[in-house]
Design a binder for this molecule. Structure first.
Ligand SMILES: [Fe+2]
Ligand SMILES: [Fe+2]
Length: 296
């Protein structure tokens, strides 16, 4: 069973900076033809306030002609409070929009020897009824697994310090602790996340827990230049490339490897925003005229 994780596409019909990196990755996926593609969030730029972006990203995913599943990120449905932007907090309407365009925001899927669990990292710490519902789902999904378990969500549990204070980089402390304990109590082999736009594979032994932590590279842009706004996003020891993660899951054993999209353009977020815009959604409209074509 070959699964490919992709993350942080940041697609938009209004702000099409990254569409051709996505299309190059999509061509690569069409060549690889994995059994399943899992998207770990940030499919859009301004999904919380523009469901048209969610529809656009969904249509692009369907062009793959491959089976896919997705979980949401902050650029799709917003953050738990206080969030990166107080006007873009996750709420019932934003969850509804996600579910309309992509289906369930948490799910499980069994493949030979494995249970794959997708989680909505954005509801942890939200206080919404969905948060309690997802905990119930997760406990049942872990209890019911008969083989190994792999978990996919947008935000990582932490960067390095398990007691890292609350921030929009990671799962906030209370659910972080509960999730870590729960994953350690079951045969969870890996936790695969996105959001940081920096890639790393930390083994279970390195993490001091029972599961590997895999940070997927982005398909959109990287962060290379420390600024006042993003200095804490420049993470040492990470890969800064456009790419994906390829998982080979066997009935006993697994491995994961990074696969760079060789023909991708490397955009630095700060070069695009030119120091003038807080968010990409604030920028003038742009969409490239020449689109990389996909196979039919
Ligand atoms: Fe992102
Ligand atoms: Fe994100």
């Amino acid at each position: 069973m070959r699964i490919v994780q992709i993350s942080d596409l940041h697609l938009s019909p209004k702000h099409g900076f990254f569409i051709n990196n996505w299309r190059r990755a999509a061509r690569r996926l069409q060549q690889m033809a994995p059994d399943l593609v899992i998207v770990t969030g940030d499919l859009a730029i301004n999904g919380p306030d523009d469901a048209g972006e969610l529809a656009f990203a969904r249509a692009e995913l369907d062009k793959l002609g491959l089976p896919w599943r997705a979980v949401p990120g902050n650029h799709d449905i917003g953050d738990e409070p206080p969030g990166q932007d107080p006007t873009q907090l996750v709420n019932a309407a934003r969850l509804d929009a996600w579910r309309t365009h992509f289906g369930a925001d948490w799910w499980s899927q069994d493949v030979p020897g494995w249970r794959l669990i997708g989680l909505d990292s954005q509801v942890f710490g939200s206080g919404l009824p969905d948060e309690a519902a997802q905990w119930d789902f997760l406990r049942d999904a872990l209890d019911g697994a008969t083989g190994d378990i792999g978990v996919f969500m947008h935000k990582p549990l932490t960067i390095d310090d398990p007691d890292e204070p609350a921030s929009t980089r990671c799962i906030v402390p209370a659910p972080r602790k509960a999730l870590t304990e729960l994953f350690d109590a079951y045969p969870v082999r890996f936790l695969a996340t996105g959001h940081l736009h920096a890639a790393k594979h930390q083994s279970a032994a390195e993490s001091g827990h029972g599961f590997d932590r895999i940070w997927a590279p982005p398909l959109a842009f990287v962060l290379t230049k420390p600024t006042a706004q993003n200095a804490d996003h420049i993470l040492p020891g990470t890969r800064r490339e456009v790419g994906m993660v390829v998982y080979d899951l066997q009935e006993s054993g697994w491995n994961a490897g990074f696969d760079a999209v060789a023909d991708a353009e490397i955009f630095d977020l700060d070069d695009i925003k030119q120091g003038r815009y807080a968010f990409l959604r604030d920028m003038p409209a742009y969409f490239p005229e020449d689109l990389v074509e996909l196979a039919e």
